[in-house]
Design a protein around this ligand. Sequence first.
Ligand code: GLU
Length: 429
Amino acid sequence: MTELEELSVEEQRLEWDTPLFRTALTQFEQAIPYAEVNVSIAERLRYPERAVMVTVPIRRDEGHVDVFPAYRVQHSSVLGPTKGGIRYDPHVTLGECTALAVWMTWKCALLRLPYGGAKGGVRCNPRELSPRELERLTRRYTSELRGVIGPQEDIPAPDMATNEQTMAWIMDTYSMQVGHAVPEIVTGKPVALGGSLFRHEATGAGVVMVIERACGRLGWPLAEQRCVVQGFGNVGGIAAQELVAKGATVLAVSDISGGIYSPSGLDLDAVRAWVAAHGTLEAFPDVQHVSNHELLELPCDILVLAALEGQLTAENAVRIDAKLVAEGANGPTTIEGDAILGERGILVLPDVLTNAGGVTVSYFEWVQDLGRLFWTRDEIRARLADKLADAFDRVWELAEEKGITLRQAALVAGINEVAAALKARGIYP
Ligand code: GLU
């Protein structure tokens, strides 16, 4: 008897069934009672439509070959092509990509973008790869996905440890294979290649637009808020800068080397200059150095999570000393952590709303590429602010009307959009 045959049908776990996927699924189940979705449609939405697993061999600079597992998961194509980032990280798994693809579906639907969700990644340590190795990895990964990505099928974008350069390599590889330039195959490209102005800043700036809108509803002047930002990359770094531009005080930020804290507020220009010169926050002078765990528990008004998933858990949620948590990262709060924050009256601005600025400007980029007509930075910033304000208001009002959390409301709003479309289309054939 094989191991599989010994398991009952209920015990046989699906390949993507990991703790992060369980988080995404549990959030879905918690939203379903408030959504307008019938049993059959809900059942279909519990599964990704397609999950591709490949292995990517690359020749290392010293000459030998290493092979890395890689994935691309497409959760739902009901509303249009699938959309979502590509990450390079040692923790990338099929389950992680599936959970992140599910969240992309709700995020795109909530923002009323004509997309479904996808996510992909390569399980590797990008810090151990040279730029030439990263280029070979990206080009080979793109070739492996040739049959499943496309401007009308699935459009990648940056995520953890991928950037404009990575997207340029994807665009070039795909374009060389089809024989002409296809800028609309990826978003988050360099502006020189058909990338959008303001895409680089969009996720971090969007986080602060959502925070500002929430502060407006709560009657809190943003300029009086003391903020702690976990993460100092493309999301956290820009969010911190935008918070300061709006007059708020940023007390602490962190990166892979740990956190820096100044109770009177950090000089972010100096911090950015230090990171540009030294690579990390390590040894930044005249501040308190704290661990990532300590950073999360610092007393503040607004805690911005812009690093990794699974940061606020049953273990530390009891000690969080903030009034508002803004999820700039995807999935930074566990189900248990979320429940504790709720019981303690700490408001959580959920990821699918709070970090949606990135994919929204990705959508603007794709539209500009397809139309071969480009917009100004001010126009893009204003359109983004409108989109996020509209989504925020719908979420806030739904939460009040149904007496549910902002996370549940954001998921209900997203699920309702997808469910209505799937109901109208029907299950094929
Ligand atoms: N990776 C980003 C996200 O999680 C952006 C996706 C995109 O722009 O398509 O939302």
